[in-house]
Design a protein around this ligand. Structure first.
Ligand code: GLA
Length: 384
């Protein structure tokens, strides 16, 4: 907080009107369901992006980041267009662009960003940057937007301005999560509910393992999975795979027998929605330990049916489970990024050590491992 204010002062020469925070996330279960209108269950990390910001009267966005070299980026709101966006500044610029596209009366701003959300680790540093910006502009210009609207505008910025075809999960997680809870999210209508997930109270720890294999959603594989899901839905005669009930899965798979790839993609999405329902039932019954096998089953489905895992993520899941985890899976988009492992307190150190050793033995880069408890969603920080 103090660093964000000091950074703003150094970059813009004045005091900020306020500081807004937005977190990164991990997803507990419900992966690659949000592009099919399905269910997900992310929670916010304690790692946040802070935006210290003030309004400007001249329609200029002056963006500065402590994490990016090269000084401030100055953009004129009137000339913002998707083609012009590149680099980190495209995310906050895209948010202002999306707000104007939606007819919202947003003007210029000076912003200084600092962030502790690891980038390229599949932990939604992009969503944190977008949601921090949207929250700041929302308050600075008195837009009165709900958290859901902030999330939608942030997603629009990423889809329409940055050019990444992501779903809505990350932005909703960053905007709507609450401390001590996971967010049960219906990505079709954005209804959501906070589900208690106090890992420590259950004698558990949730380890995040950043494989340090950089993942990119923009490289085609993500869009390709989405296209297969749309094709599957079309062939099954439903608006989206969300509309295939678990009980209808067998019949649906039979209809897709001639296309084994689409068949696998459909099987992942339908079973994954079911796993979200299983996890929520277990958590609401107070049985956090029992979700472990469901997480592990989710990993197998992402690896074998959706085919978005990689050797490093598989090694985390396998090694963690063998070393005493209750369950483990990749989290986020895949193709690198991070995995999570749910471990009893007493086994946490052994699991972390086993994963580190397995990576060394395989000749992989050392992973970064840290425990994470569900933290707060986006908010304006109190200044005194
Ligand atoms: C990325 C996307 C999300 C979601 C996940 C997979 O994080 O940004 O919208 O699709 O992948 O669940």
């Amino acid at each position: 907080m103090a660093a964000a204010v000091a950074g703003f002062r150094a970059a813009h020469g004045t005091e900020p009107a306020g500081v807004w925070a937005a977190p990164g996330r991990v997803n507990l279960i419900g992966e690659h369901t949000d592009t099919s209108g399905g269910l997900a269950m992310p929670f916010a990390l304690p790692h946040t992006t802070l935006a210290a910001a003030s309004a400007r009267p001249d329609g200029v966005l002056r963006l500065h980041s402590a994490n990016a070299p090269g000084g401030a980026v100055e953009l004129l709101l009137d000339t913002l267009s998707p083609a012009a966006g590149s680099g980190w500044a495209a995310y906050p610029a895209g948010v202002a662009w999306a707000m104007r596209e939606a007819g919202l009366p947003v003007g210029g701003a000076d912003v200084h960003f600092t962030s502790t959300v690891p980038t390229g680790a599949g932990l939604s540093s992009s969503a944190a940057l977008e949601v921090a910006t949207a929250s700041a502009l929302n308050d600075l210009y008195g837009l009165g937007l709900t958290a859901e609207r902030v999330a939608r505008l942030a997603q629009r910025a990423e889809n329409g301005f940055v050019g990444v075809p992501c779903g809505i999960m990350d932005q909703m997680a960053s905007a709507c999560c609450t401390t001590g809870h996971a967010l049960y999210l219906d990505t079709r209508d954005l209804t959501h509910r906070a589900v208690p997930f106090d890992v420590a109270a259950h004698g558990l720890r949730l380890l995040v393992v950043d494989t340090r294999v950089r993942h990119e959603l923009g490289d085609g594989a993500y869009a390709n999975r989405h296209a297969a899901c749309e094709l599957g839905a079309r062939r099954l005669g439903v608006p989206a795979l969300r509309d295939v009930a678990y009980g209808e899965l067998g019949a649906a798979l039979e209809k897709l027998a001639d296309d084994p790839v689409v068949r696998r993609r459909v099987r992942h999405v339908v079973t994954e929605n079911r796993r979200v329902e299983e996890v929520i039932a277990l958590l609401e019954a107070g049985d956090a330990r029992a979700i472990g096998p469901v997480l592990t089953a989710g990993h197998a489905s992402l690896r074998d049916d959706f085919e978005v895992s990689c050797a490093e993520l598989d090694l985390v899941a396998e090694t963690a489970n063998a070393a005493g985890a209750l369950g483990a899976r990749m989290t986020g988009g895949g193709f690198g990024g991070s995995a999570i492992a749910l471990v009893p307190d007493a086994a946490a150190d052994a699991v972390a050590a086993a994963v580190t050793e397995a990576f060394a033995a395989a000749g992989f880069r050392a992973p970064r491992i840290f425990p994470a408890a569900p933290a707060a969603g986006a908010r304006r920080l109190p200044t005194d």
